[in-house]
Ligand binder design. Sequence first.
Ligand code: DAH
Length: 318
Amino acid sequence: MLNEKIIQTQSLTELQELYTSVFGKNGTMTARLKQMKELDNDARAELNRENTELRELFKNRQAELETAALNAALAGEKLDVSLNAEPENRGTIHPLTKSAQEVIDIFESMGYTFMTGPEIEDDWHNFTALNTPSYHPARDMQDTFFLPNGNVMRTQTSAVQIRAMETHGVPIKMFTVGQCYRKELDATHSAMFGQIEGLHIDTVEKGINLSDLLATMRTFATRFFEQDNIELRIRPSYFPFTEPSIEVDMRFGDKWMELLCGGMVHPTVLKNCNIDPNKYQGFAFGFGWARLAMVKYGLNDIRAFTDSDVRWLKSTGF
Ligand code: DAH
């Protein structure tokens, strides 16, 4: 009997073949349905019933066979969770990435806008506009990588200050985090190193001054190092682009650690960006990015940051 044949099919292909032999172009049922007109009412009703029943049977058997096929496939793919697997060697968030994110969060919450600039810089943005023309002795403070076309690998993120003032004018309150390059390499210097740089300029009526810089640094350090009673001290310093220039140290136990450099932006720098120093004034500051991370997380070799040694990375505990 056809009904039984359908139920006994063992595969979807077999079922499909049977279906074609019944309902296909030359199928047995197709032929009978073509003759329908010649039947009396009862026979017609009987044929209709049979037709519906057969289609139903095919459909059900198809569903059964599909489920069976799926189950078989799943059984074949079963994972043996008791097998010993190779441990997965996952990386972790790099301490520089983590500290940069923390720095960005803090400065953004203080109203500073994050901006960036290119790592290959021209002489103007990296030196000349920063009051360091080619004859200036302060150029020797930084061992520069020069490119054949006269551009440089930027030696300082201070270049981004110039780009920010040229593009956005003043008042401005911006900061950046980025890589810089110098020909230096020992346990405390690497040829590529990160800096964090900030700039806040407003009208002389607002009168932004050095104590604003210190207050900003106090707020930053309190939040970054998660310490309430931080102690800062300032030392006079020299940078061509700030006057006066200072270095700020922070106390850790009985040691003072250099935290950042900064000062009031030099009038010549403002003039170089078409800003009138009689109308605008403000401060700038720069941090060593790795130094911040080293101090906060107790790391001691700056070169490890760029060695890509996953064991070291794991030992940092991130
Ligand atoms: N650009 C300086 C350096 O690389 C750091 C610096 C000093 C940045 C004073 C500043 C600043 O913005 O005001 O040594």
